[in-house]
Design a protein around this ligand. Structure first.
Ligand SMILES: Nc1ncnc2c1ncn2[C@@H]1O[C@H](COP(=O)(O)OP(=O)(O)OP(=O)(O)O)[C@@H](O)[C@H]1O
Ligand SMILES: [Mg+2]
Length: 216
């Protein structure tokens, strides 16, 4: 039944996921590999609307449990409407964030129960699992340095946020440790091109194992 592949990109905010996603898409294009690029939350009409709600957190109160269900609602829709059909169609689906984000942020970050979160992740995702997850690992302080380059306004909550992202990062690394075959840690602390080369090396060896022919 399943012909394509499902690859997800993970990491804390500002770790460089979207930057590296662009390199990955260019690489797939160069190799004439059929693919579909998506992001979470998003990728469908409903999921993009939910994304807007989630991003308006400064204007409306969203408690951690409401936030959790909003992410899961957006996820169910993109899985049914986009991911499953594309994989069945033989495409390589690349998704910028997926359910490991929920585990890392909502459980390790906000303290919701880990086992429960992982169960509803699978429930929302129809039980599908990524074939490969690239975890862009960056110390939270470095992520904040990148952020402050873009936005110079100093944040009162900076210390609290640092502690939050430290927990999220630790969560991601624990997940990677427990899912060694699926999750590959990419060192995101270096120039973009260096991170790109490490990512592509990982992707190429993964695709070769799946008998997909590539040139660099
Ligand atoms: N290796 C790198 N070194 C320095 N800066 C980088 C690197 N990779 C990305 N950046 C910069 O850091 C910022 C965040 O990158 P990007 O948007 O790719 O991160 P992200 O993980 O997608 O973040 P978010 O989770 O917020 O979507 C951007 O301004 C980007 O240009
Ligand atoms: Mg991004």
């Amino acid at each position: 039944m399943k012909k394509g592949l499902f690859i997800t990109l993970e990491g804390i905010d500002f770790s460089g996921k979207s930057t590296q996603a662009r390199y990955l898409i260019n690489f797939l294009k160069r190799n004439n590999i059929q693919h579909l690029f998506l992001r979470e939350p998003g990728g469908t009409k409903l999921s993009e609307r939910i994304r807007r709600i989630l991003l308006s957190k400064g204007e409306i109160d969203i408690c951690p449990k409401s936030e959790l269900w909003l992410y899961q609602a957006a996820r169910s829709q993109i899985v049914q409407e986009k991911i499953i059909p594309a994989v069945k169609d033989g495409k390589i689906v690349i998704c910028d964030r997926f359910y490991d984000s929920t585990t890392a942020y909502q459980s390790y970050g906000r303290g919701l129960e880990l086992k429960f979160i992982q169960r509803i992740n699978l429930f929302a995702a129809e039980g599908i699992k990524p074939d490969l997850t690239l975890l862009f690992d960056l110390p939270e302080k470095k992520a904040f340095e990148r952020k402050s380059k873009l936005n110079r306004a100093k944040d009162r909550l900076e210390n609290e946020k640092l502690a939050f992202f430290r927990r999220v990062r630790k969560g991601y690394l624990e997940l990677a440790e427990n899912n060694k075959r699926r999750m590959k840690v990419i060192n995101a602390d270096g120039p973009k091109e260096k991170v790109r080369d490490e990512m592509l090396e990982t992707v190429v060896s993964f695709l070769k194992r799946r008998k997909i022919r590539i040139r660099m």
